[in-house]
Design a protein around this ligand. Structure first.
Ligand code: FES
Length: 202
């Protein structure tokens, strides 16, 4: 099977719905969240920007929206997460995202807007062969065995084991060569993000 075939089959399975995943309760929680404010199927196929409502997104939770046929993760991190992201960097392959894809306004530790630093928007597409990495907020999950006992949260790709931190920065010596891409996006308000279009409210 080609890399593209792997890529597309994973995406079809994993992007079938908009979901919220969080650290609340035991293990993984998947709850239908935003029905959709999004454009028609025709416009979506053409790559139109999509809106994400994060008004109900709590710290530690993540929603997934679909843009251009890809899953896009919108994650709200905690204050502790932000401290860890700034200090736990020795294991990262591209600490400053110099080799990775993101808009200039997100080239920082959080890979996010300064005004909304806790909210990260990143493509849920592993930079190895395109599987969708799993959000792993803590060790109370099926992938704990692949992560260290000092795990501070991040993403784990179940296809070949690539590990990313909560900013989508890949660990060293992983199959994935670069960090998860950050798509263009702009905050229309404190609770609504337009994904797929650049903005100027950094
Ligand atoms: S596709 Fe993610 S590690 Fe290979």
């Amino acid at each position: 099977m080609s890399a593209d075939a792997v890529d597309n089959s994973k995406r079809r399975f994993l992007v079938s719905a908009t979901t919220v995943v969080g650290a609340v309760g035991a293990g993984f929680v998947a709850v239908p969240f935003v029905k959709s404010w999004n454009p028609s199927a025709r416009a979506l196929a053409a790559g139109a920007p999509v809106l994400a409502d994060i008004s109900k997104l709590e710290e530690g939770q993540m929603i997934t929206v679909e843009w251009r046929g890809k899953p896009v993760y919108v994650l709200k991190r905690t204050d502790d997460n932000m401290k860890d992201l700034a200090s736990d960097v020795d294991m990262l392959a591209d600490i400053n995202s110099d080799m990775s894809k993101q808009p200039e306004y997100c080239k920082n530790v959080g890979r996010s807007y300064d005004k909304h630093t806790k909210v990260s928007v990143m493509e849920g597409v592993c930079t190895h062969l395109g599987c969708a990495p799993k959000y792993v907020p803590d060790l109370n999950n099926p992938y704990a065995g692949a992560l260290g006992s000092d795990w501070k949260g991040g993403f784990f790709c179940p296809c070949h084991g690539s590990i990313y931190d909560l900013s989508g920065r890949v660990y060293k010596s992983m199959p994935a060569p670069t960090n998860l891409p950050v798509p263009p996006h702009v905050f229309k308000s404190d609770t609504v993000i337009l994904i797929g279009q650049d903005g100027s409210n950094a």
